[in-house]
Design a protein around this ligand. Structure first.
Ligand code: ASP
Length: 439
């Protein structure tokens, strides 16, 4: 998919100029604050309170649409990756282990920071009257038992992320096997299925883009409503959340540098200098998919990796590997739990870990995709998804930061796959062209 579709495709055109999405959101935020102050800033008149309630409608519509799109998006993203990417067997297993350990590290760092700093307790928020609270009791074995869906379409209907991933993996593995068999036999029936999945995947992403276009309106409404009814205290709470997320992302970045230093021939300095274009592109587009070509080129030409390692990490990793998103989703669940005074216990946090892994695998590498799959994490632990609305107001910024981390994670995996010694590529012709000395 083209860069404009993923990265900068959210511009609103005004007087011949494109206003990027984050500027629109910033403007919406300011206008929302202004209206909230006009309507009473925490002490609204009964009339203003009524208006404020209606202001939340665009936001709940956006959240509903995101929830509805989440399951097809995950299913199609996983099927698409299985059908269209080529991973050699041994490297594939190594890749899977690296991806899993890095994602687990990210989630654990996120949970650690959220448990230690407790950003949700810095400021108390009132629970909206219509929010359901956590009442389920959590049972990991029950979770395992319920990971197999009762009917094939049920996970899609129930928005059950764990069942959905089980289904997607089963179909993905089988379809890939059939494709390989058919290629060996010179048959081409699989092409139709591959095209079908690719087109539907693109279609869901395009609809998602429409929804994302509405995010500024949603932010305006929810900020105006929140300021009108509760004043500024919710935003103080969000300040604490931003600090906690940035700290966790920073620690995860340090973890990558240590892994690269210990597990590959690349020095952290070379890694950061060679990857700087990719990291900056990720921050400015908020899309790891749009950044993918830059990441790949940086790894090949500036860091100097073999083509096979660069492509496995950057191209495959950018589909599956979203550590920054996993960290963010886990922290958001804990944060909202703390804000509501519902501390998630150990088992609930285990559910958060498990669902965040799946949710990050399923998150597409496009702006705000983490918000889509976050609804599934919240549902799994029984947290009210209305609170994601609060996070939308700061997501334009945190999305950029976690996207940079997602890309850094892909780069790390590539470096680790390249190994401790700088080896020559199997096809030396390509190597000479693509691997000039850089230091
Ligand atoms: N924007 C992120 C990415 O492209 C996904 C997310 O929203 O977390 O990697």
């Amino acid at each position: 998919m083209s860069e404009s579709e993923h990265g900068s495709g959210h511009g609103l055109r005004l007087f011949g100029k494109t206003i990027p999405l984050y500027v629109q959101i910033l403007i919406a935020l300011l206008l929302g604050v202004g209206l909230g102050i006009l309507l009473g800033a925490g002490q609204p008149s009964p009339q203003a309170a009524l208006i404020a309630k209606d202001l939340a409608i665009p936001c709940s519509l956006v959240l509903k649409a995101l929830r509805a799109l989440a399951t097809p998006l995950i299913l199609l993203a996983v099927l698409h990756s299985f059908l269209t990417t080529n991973i050699p067997g041994r490297a594939g297993r190594r890749l899977a282990v690296l991806l899993l350990t890095n994602t687990l590290a990210a989630i654990l760092i996120g949970l650690l920071v959220a448990n230690v700093l407790q950003p949700g307790k810095w400021e108390r928020l009132t629970l909206p009257a219509d929010a359901e609270t956590v009442t389920k009791s959590f049972d990991p074995w029950g979770l395992l038992e319920s990971s197999v869906p009762e009917a094939v379409l049920k996970p899609l209907v129930d928005n059950n992320v764990i069942q959905l991933i089980v289904l997607a993996l089963a179909f993905g593995i089988v379809l890939r096997g059939l494709k390989n068999k058919q290629i060996a036999e010179g048959k081409t029936d699989y092409v139709a299925v591959e095209q079908f999945v690719t087109i539907f995947f693109e279609a869901v992403i395009r609809i998602l883009m429409w929804v994302i276009l509405l995010v500024p309106v949603a932010v305006f409404g929810i900020v105006a409503k929140t300021v009108t009814l509760q004043g500024f205290s919710p935003f103080k709470a969000l300040g604490a959340f931003i600090i906690a997320v940035l700290l966790a992302l920073f620690l995860q970045g340090c973890y990558y540098l240590v892994r690269v230093k210990l597990g590959s021939w690349i020095t952290p300095k070379r890694f950061l200098t060679g990857g700087s274009d990719a990291l900056l592109t990720a921050f400015s587009t908020a899309s790891s998919t749009a950044t993918m070509p830059v990441t790949f080129r940086g790894l090949l030409e500036k860091v100097g990796l073999r083509e096979s390692s660069a492509s496995l990490g950057a191209l495959v990793g950018s589909n599956f590997n979203n550590d920054g998103t996993a960290l963010y989703e886990a922290m958001s669940a804990l944060f909202i739990g703390q804000v509501l005074g519902l501390n998630l216990n150990l088992e609930q946090q285990l559910v958060v870990i498990l669902t965040s892994i799946f949710a990050s695998v399923g998150a597409a590498g496009i702006p705000e995709a983490g918000l889509v799959t976050m609804t599934l994490v919240f549902t799994a632990v029984g947290l009210p998804t209305q609170y994601i609305a609060l996070l939308i107001t700061v997501d334009w910024f945190l999305d950029r930061c976690r996207t940079a981390l997602n890309v850094m994670g892909d780069m790390t995996v590539s470096c680790l796959l390249d190994g401790k010694e700088r080896k020559q590529e199997l096809e030396p012709g390509l190597e000479e062209v693509l691997m000039p000395e850089v230091d």
